[in-house]
Design a protein. Structure first.
Length: 206
């Protein structure tokens, strides 16, 4: 049960991808599907930094929690938030600056598709400012042996917020609404994650 969040995150990727493809076919067509595929490949390079840190810090959180080392757990929590915040700014800026060269690797053969993909990736990259905090939040609660909260955050992030945004935002912002869906979903998840951090702080003493 404590690994529920990781299961939900991986299992939901297929469902979220289907919804994205459905909306992209509706608003853009085949070029939208191609652009989304490129973004998924490239974005993982950036989000993988947060994922790697979160997975790596999880056993450290669990160790200090089990040892009742509240001082070290508190230090780990605050330092992690600082590192993730700085990393988010650096990765977002890097993604925006390198959007065209990265897109050209995959779709440099088509000027129109290159413009669509690079613009889409710049919008998608705004989510890097936030996503690290949410990935850390789910890993942190898993490390604290609270699979219920961790799984709830993962389920809300993907199956509720992201799918909801992908279905609703295009009606307001058209194609840009699809690329911005992940950012809006991450922002809503951040609010929920922050509430969980605040509510469970007295219990875990971080």
């Amino acid at each position: 049960s404590n690994g529920l969040s990781e299961f939900v995150t991986n299992a939901s990727m297929s469902i979220v991808g289907l919804v994205y493809n459905f909306q992209l076919l509706k608003y853009v067509g085949n070029d939208g599907i191609a652009a989304y595929g490129v973004i998924m490949y490239v974005a993982f390079i950036f989000t993988g930094v947060f994922l790697g840190y979160s997975m790596g810090i999880m056993p450290v959180v669990g160790y200090n929690f089990g040892a009742d080392n509240h001082r070290e757990l508190r230090s780990l929590f605050h330092k992690s938030l600082l590192l993730i915040g700085i990393g988010g700014i650096i990765l977002t800026a890097t993604a925006i600056v390198t959007a065209i060269p990265l897109a050209r690797i995959f779709v440099g053969y088509d000027i129109g598709l290159l413009a669509l993909t690079s613009n889409a990736f710049r919008l998608y990259a705004l989510s890097f400012l936030v996503t690290g905090f949410n990935q850390f939040g789910t890993a942190f609660f898993t490390g604290l042996n609270n699979g219920f909260v961790s799984g709830g955050l993962s389920f809300s992030r993907t199956m509720i917020f992201e799918i909801g945004c992908v279905l609703i935002l295009p009606a307001v912002f058209e194609i840009n609404g699809i690329w911005l869906s992940i950012t809006y979903a991450e922002l809503m998840t951040l609010v929920l994650t922050s509430i969980c951090f605040f509510v469970f702080k007295p219990k875990y003493h971080y």
